[in-house]
Design a protein around this ligand. Structure first.
Ligand code: SF4
Length: 59
């Protein structure tokens, strides 16, 4: 199953949880009051990079 909104900032955020439905995957935010923000998210003040991003940056 392909990822929805592959360009969304949420995919690189530690607060993202993927919720699998019968035919699709939903992007749920665990940081904001709005659990399903309008996608694709391109800018977000609550963004926290996932650990993989941190490791890549540290090289
Ligand atoms: S905090 Fe922002 S970038 Fe992170 S999952 Fe929620 S909406 Fe997406």
């Amino acid at each position: 199953m392909s990822e929805p909104f592959p360009d969304s900032l949420c995919h690189r955020c530690a607060s993202l949880r993927r919720v699998n439905g019968a035919n699709s995957t939903f992007l749920m935010c665990t940081a904001l009051e709005v659990k399903y923000p309008r996608q694709p998210v391109v800018k977000c003040q609550a963004f926290v990079p996932v650990r993989n991003d941190l490791l890549k940056r540290e090289g």
